[in-house]
Design a protein around this ligand. Structure first.
Ligand code: PEP
Length: 251
């Protein structure tokens, strides 16, 4: 088996009703038989149980878009990774740029969330990415390094044996303007070589997903890059045909 079996994850964000998410999940279950990559869907917290009932016994894995960095206690409104584990979630997205930008999540909070996910026995999908200003200022390498270093400081290099990284340039998310396959590959290769300085076999095994305006039309070229191991998909994940076409592009 490919040590980096590709993964395509759908981030459904703040979308859907109980009936619409069940219909979407049902369409994915019905269409996934010719997909060979790993497939994950991440509904909102309140839709997880409905989607769990549809994807149970299928090839589709279930994840969450966020969780608390705490496992229990007086933290009103929070949801712990342990609670999500009880609903058969396998992965939890942490540090999505919308969480960082709109909800004030710092590198340090994101790192603690990644550790909380692993402590619950689940796999964090750790999102990192630069803004347009940072790219235009030529700062993307130091931004990526700082975001990655903050996580490494908490989970250690060995923690990446049980984590997924998602490179999501902020300027590409929901804008229709994807990074080119060359731009994305350059960042993915830099991230992998940075991890390789600490442990080459962990670096060789870690999946690095690309996210940001992936569509059926550009997925194949992005996923054919040597260091791109699948995608984290927003808008296109809300349409079953588009999402399945993206999954087929990954394998
Ligand atoms: C995302 O929000 O993670 C994302 C990649 O969104 P989109 O695919 O819509 O750009």
């Amino acid at each position: 088996m490919n040590p980096r079996q590709p993964l395509v994850a759908g981030n459904w964000k703040l979308n859907g009703s109980r009936s619409s998410v069940k219909a979407l999940a049902t369409a994915l279950v019905d269409g996934v038989s010719d997909v060979t990559c790993d497939v994950l869907v991440c509904p909102s917290f309140v839709h997880i149980q409905d989607v769990q009932s549809v994807v149970a016994n299928s090839a589709i894995k279930l994840g969450s878009q966020n969780c608390s960095m705490q496992s229990s206690g007086a933290f009103t409104g929070e949801v712990a990774a342990e609670m999500l584990q009880e609903f058969s979630c396998s992965h939890i997205i942490v540090g999505h740029s919308e969480r960082r930008q709109l909800f004030g999540e710092s590198d340090s909070i994101v790192a603690k969330k990644a550790a909380a996910v692993q402590n619950a026995g689940l796999i964090p999908i750790i999102c990192i990415g630069e803004t347009l200003e940072e790219r235009e200022a030529g700062n993307w390498q130091s931004v990526m390094s700082a975001q990655l270093d903050a996580v490494t400081a908490v989970i250690g290099i060995d923690g990446f044996a049980n984590a997924v990284i998602a490179y999501e340039p902020v300027w590409a998310i929901g804008t229709g303007k994807s990074a080119s396959s060359e731009q994305a590959q350059e960042v993915h290769a830099m991230l992998r070589s940075k991890l390789a300085e600490l442990n080459s076999s962990v670096a060789a095994g870690v999946k690095i997903l690309y996210g940001g305006s992936v569509k059926p039309a550009n997925a194949k070229e992005l996923f054919s890059q040597p260091d791109i191991d699948g995608g984290l998909i927003g808008g296109a994940a809300l349409n079953a045909d588009d999402f399945l076409a993206i999954c087929r592009a990954a394998g």
